[in-house]
Design a protein around this ligand. Structure first.
Ligand code: N2P
Length: 407
């Protein structure tokens, strides 16, 4: 960790907050304060963008209006009559998975920026997509999977991030600085990444397990829990069949459907609360996100493995809805998530590895060494990612709905 850079970024952040609070501070004054904070090297691309996009001496236009998303133009673009930003709005509404944010992340943000944060939870991406609909459901920040970002952008659901308010972007590891799903991180910042496999309670299941077959073992009828997630459930079946988890071939999907129908009588429940199912003892064998097992602290006999047939990997992002009523607070919250210490504390609590290279020195070494949470590069490379299937997703959902409805 470069402590000098860390302090510089704290200074810089303070400068930005002052800038937001001070309608009279000009671009020139802001840039000279940033230079004094010693952050010019790390911020060179952002400063260059500011210099190119704003008339000399005029205040930088900030993320004050959702309107900027409607025409797809970045929030730093020149504006004929720029609206100086005021201080962060007093509220922020975020919509996230449960158990996916460390305890102190929101309180520390509220204290620092005097913003009241309300967090609601979705239990799978379908619920989230339905709730935000076309008007955002009243939320500012949502946490979509990275593969959903391009489709959300295309639908006009997201607004460009205000890069000036997110200087902690420089903390991202190189591979996350400009990912393929969102070149330049224009609409999204990487949040956490994950693997999906099988967890089991070794106090109840004593034979060695290493395959997706574990979720189909008759002898554990009533003790098997499957993720209530159409893509993940089909992926488990498709791995058993040796097919791609992104297949759109009807024959493959029919075969996967038959496997899932065969599994259904064994299933105690379909849920995305794998933490709850394992903690309560309900699940002896559980389709699970590897990092969630880290939060099953009251049952140390619970283990996780990535099956020999392969597992799923993916990453989630933070994005700001086009309709967000609190865009400044939203950008600052995303910046807060990318702070090295905040990000590390977040990982230390929820067990998910993030994309934050500067956070690594502050992450619990036991997490860094845990192959369920932080598998080796070769393992990660062997995993399959669930890709956006566009309209072909219907092929999965119609079969899933039929399965869940009982037919
Ligand atoms: C958090 C679940 C996150 C799932 N409990 C991976 N997107």
């Amino acid at each position: 960790m470069n402590l000098a850079r860390d302090e510089a970024s704290v200074d810089l952040e303070r400068t930005l907050v002052e800038y937001l609070a001070d309608r009279r501070m000009t671009r020139r004054a802001l840039l000279s304060r940033i230079a004094a904070a010693g952050a010019t090297v790390a911020l060179a691309p952002i400063l260059a963008a500011c210099a190119a996009a704003t008339p000399s001496g005029s205040p930088i236009r900030s993320a004050t209006a959702a309107a900027s998303a409607a025409d797809g133009s970045p929030s730093m673009a020149a504006s004929a009559s720029p609206t100086p930003a005021s201080s962060p709005e007093g509220e922020l509404f975020i919509y996230n998975w449960a158990d996916y944010l460390g305890d102190d992340v929101i309180p520390s943000f509220e204290k620092r920026y005097k913003v009241k944060v309300t967090q609601d939870f979705f239990d799978n991406y379908d619920t989230m997509r339905a709730k935000i609909g076309q008007n955002g459901g009243g939320y500012d920040i949502i946490f979509p999977s990275s593969v959903d970002v391009p489709a959300f952008v295309k639908r006009g659901l997201l607004q460009p991030l205000d890069q000036v308010l997110i200087p902690n972007k420089t903390n991202l590891g190189t591979e996350w600085q400009s990912p393929g799903y969102d070149t330049g991180n224009v609409y999204s910042m990487p949040y956490m990444w994950w693997t999906t496999g099988v967890a089991y309670d070794s106090a109840k299941v004593t034979e060695p397990l290493d395959s997706w077959d574990a979720l189909w073992m008759d002898k554990y009828k009533g003790h098997i829990v499957v993720l209530d997630d159409v893509r993940e459930a089909f992926a488990a079946a498709l791995f058993r069949l040796g097919k791609s988890v992104n297949t759109t071939v009807d024959g493959d999907l029919d075969a996967a459907y038959r496997l899932l129908a065969q599994q259904k009588p064994l299933v105690r429940t379909y849920t995305t609360d794998d933490i709850g199912a394992l903690s309560s003892g309900d699940a002896w064998i559980c389709h699970a996100w590897g990092s969630d097992v880290h939060q099953v602290t009251d049952r140390p006999t619970v283990k996780f493995f990535i099956p020999k047939e392969g597992g799923v990997r993916g990453s989630d992002t933070t994005t700001i809805l086009a309709s967000a009523a609190h865009p400044i607070a939203a950008n600052l919250f995303i910046n807060h998530l990318l702070d090295a210490r905040v990000s590390a504390a977040n990982t230390n609590k929820i067990g998910y590895m993030g994309p934050n290279a500067a956070a690594i020195p502050f992450i619990d070494p036991a997490i860094l060494a845990d192959p369920s949470v932080n598998p080796k590069r070769a393992v990660i490379d062997s995993l399959q990612e669930l890709l956006d299937l566009g309209p072909d997703l219907d092929k999965y959902t119609t079969r899933w709905n039929r399965l869940r409805a009982g037919g």
